[in-house]
Ligand binder design. Structure first.
Ligand SMILES: [Zn+2]
Ligand SMILES: [Zn+2]
Ligand SMILES: [Zn+2]
Length: 256
């Protein structure tokens, strides 16, 4: 299984437009953070997690040739407003692209992208999507996909665990708390990545201390944090985190 971090930043992205802080002006390429999205390749399939507003740029930057399926974590703008950028991929597929999301997120997607429920006008090119509600684990080409409920403000938030050929990866990019069932599902995975917005507390995101506490309960072989804001540089994050936990960054690729 190959994991590629297409974006690791919070909803504003880093740099944040109009901001002149040290992190937003940093020359370190790891301080350039697109909004959060992750690509998972396994079993000959390419699976995208989330469709941020940066998706087109991320697809071009990584020369992504195909996306076979998409998993959505929740319907906040920074995770779904690039949904239409799935079009160039869906329009080359024989069948509509399967997209899985929680019940609340499916509802929100149908409201925001109302074409999903309308027959296409011949000659136009809207995204060809088969939208599925994910309430239980399912298999996609031998890849086990398990929704991971999480608390994240008003959002009907799920992270995702993917398993293939004895390898496992869990990602919960936005969360404040993880219920016991999600902690149990994540325990001992090969790679886990969770939300760590910044050092200061936030009402709907975990800060660094909360993320470290959760990761220490999960006890994965490899632990990362994601969804960082402009209050911490990559280098500062590396120093703030204990040695067994690392900040992710755009372009990071991990083979499991
Ligand atoms: Zn987010
Ligand atoms: Zn800034
Ligand atoms: Zn969110």
């Amino acid at each position: 299984m190959r994991i590629t971090f297409l974006g690791t930043g919070t909803s504003y992205g880093v740099p944040m437009p109009g901001c002149t802080c040290a992190v937003c002006q940093s020359p370190d390429p790891r301080d350039k953070r697109f909004r959060t999205a992750i690509l998972i390749e396994a079993s000959g399939q390419t699976i995208l997690m989330d469709t941020p507003p940066d998706l087109r740029s991320q697809c071009l930057a990584h020369n992504i040739q195909k996306i076979d399926a998409t998993l959505i974590t929740h319907a906040h703008a920074d995770h779904v407003f690039g949904f239409d950028d799935l079009r160039p991929y869906t329009n080359r597929m024989a069948e509509p692209m399967p997209v899985w999301a929680s019940p609340g997120t499916v509802q929100a997607l149908r409201r925001v992208f109302d074409y999903l429920d309308r027959p296409p006008i011949p000659g136009t090119s809207q995204a060809r999507i088969a939208l599925h509600t994910a309430e239980a684990p399912f298999d996609f080409h031998g890849i086990r996909c398990t929704p991971l409920p999480a608390t994240h403000g008003y959002a009907d938030m799920i992270g995702w665990k993917l398993e293939h050929a004895g390898r496992s990866f869990a990602a919960i990019p936005d969360c404040k708390e993880l219920p016991a069932e999600t902690l149990a599902l994540c325990r001992g995975v090969d790679l886990v990545v969770v939300d760590a917005l910044r050092v200061r507390p936030h009402p709907t995101h975990m800060n660094f201390a909360e993320a470290v506490a959760v990761l220490d309960q999960i006890q994965a072989r490899q632990s990362l944090v994601i969804h960082l804001c402009h209050e911490v540089s990559h280098e500062q994050a590396r120093q703030l985190l204990p040695p067994h936990i690392a900040p992710s960054y755009d372009g990071l690729q991990i083979e499991l």
